[in-house]
Ligand binder design. Structure first.
Ligand code: P6P
Length: 346
């Protein structure tokens, strides 16, 4: 083989090899430029998130071939939502994966009324995982995209009363956050406050491999993502925004029923996702601590914005574990456009 072809092959091979070796845990240490105990903890925590993602992805990929994976359990969760079998499985996966980690002392989940304590980890594990095990579970039985959303916080204080009130602090206290997108490929997107990075699960390696570093959300995008079926439940200002995008050239609607999927599109292509409050439920549907706050951390780190309509999501201090907030999230210009209608309406 000619010399230049060998060099090209070697260069590609080296780059490919280096890429295949940039696993999530290695990337975290690279980000922190440190091997301190905290850095090692964070690397190990992200590795556990990756393991949970692999286990959930594996089950989803064979859901149609197995008994007892799809459909409802017949239970209703703390949110008042019918529970899918996949919700329970994924919730248990995260508990099991973190039980063995020794790092996490508490887990707070959309599926559990109270935080789950792992007392044997508490003397050591000063971290709490807040998560939505399956986001968009209405898509489970129809083989459409789904997500898991995670947020990691460091425990503040001793939580002696077991009420985990330190978890209610504003989202700027998160030390890591991100999501796993179960789509045509399984992707993990995360931030530890040093940019946003995506990894793709390589099933042949059983590893999440670095795909894109320092993702930046476009200042503007054509996509607006909202469930227009709620049109008549919204405040007039939101209806006015929807009328604006309907009559203005250059906008397109995309809405999948799983916000991880919709917000991932907005992260890469720009635009805005919104789940406003309604007249009945002004606080909206989405939960702050394990849905809107982690996603806001990611989008802000990518150069975008996330607001309730009057407060930045990351500045909202929760009053209860399962607090809900309205959500307007995405490109700066597009979030500002929605806000302009809300301000006009007041
Ligand atoms: P609706 C899924 O339950 C979820 O929390 C988000 O992932 C999704 O965008 C939204 O709710 C869908 O809710 O009311 O539009 O069906």
């Amino acid at each position: 083989m000619a010399q230049e072809s060998l060099e090209l092959l070697s260069d590609t091979t080296d780059r490919g090899l280096d890429r295949d070796c940039t696993t999530l845990s290695r990337h975290v240490l690279q980000q922190l430029q440190s091997f301190s105990p905290e850095a090692q903890d964070l690397s190990a925590l992200m590795n556990r998130i990756a393991l949970a993602g692999k286990l959930v992805a594996r089950r989803l990929s064979r859901a149609g071939l197995m008994e007892g994976v799809l459909g409802f359990t017949g239970e209703v969760n703390v949110q008042g939502e019918s529970v899918k079998k996949m919700d329970v499985y994924a919730n248990d996966v995260f508990i099991s994966v973190f039980k063995q980690s020794g790092l996490v002392c508490r887990l707070a989940s959309e599926e559990m009324e109270e935080p789950y304590y792992i007392p044997e980890n508490c003397p050591i594990g000063r971290y709490t995982l807040l998560y939505d095990p399956i986001d968009g579970s209405s898509n489970t039985d129809t083989n459409l995209s789904l997500g898991s959303i995670f947020s990691i916080r460091k425990q503040e204080g001793d939580d002696l009363d077991g009420k985990a009130t330190d978890l209610l602090a504003a989202g700027r206290n998160q030390i890591a956050a991100g999501y796993i997108l179960y789509g045509p490929s399984t992707m993990l997107v995360y931030t530890i406050g040093r940019g946003v990075h995506s990894f793709t699960l390589d099933p042949s390696l059983g590893e999440f491999i670095l795909t894109e570093e320092n993702i930046k959300i476009p200042e503007h995008g054509s996509v607006y993502s909202v469930n227009e079926g709620n049109f008549w439940q919204w405040d007039e200002s939101i209806r006015e925004y929807i009328r604006y995008v309907h009559r203005t050239e250059g906008y397109t609607a995309r809405y999948s029923g799983a916000m991880v999927s919709d917000i991932h599109r907005v992260l890469l292509q720009g635009g805005v996702f919104l789940y406003p409050g309604t007249v009945e439920k002004p606080e909206g549907k989405l939960r702050l601590l394990y849905e809107t706050a982690p996603l806001a951390f990611v989008i802000e780190q990518a150069g975008g914005r996330a607001t309730t309509g009057d407060t930045e999501i990351l500045d909202v201090v929760a009053t209860k574990l399962h607090q809900r907030t309205p959500l307007i999230i995405g490109s700066k210009q597009d979030v500002a456009k929605v806000e302009s209608f809300i301000k006009k309406g007041h």
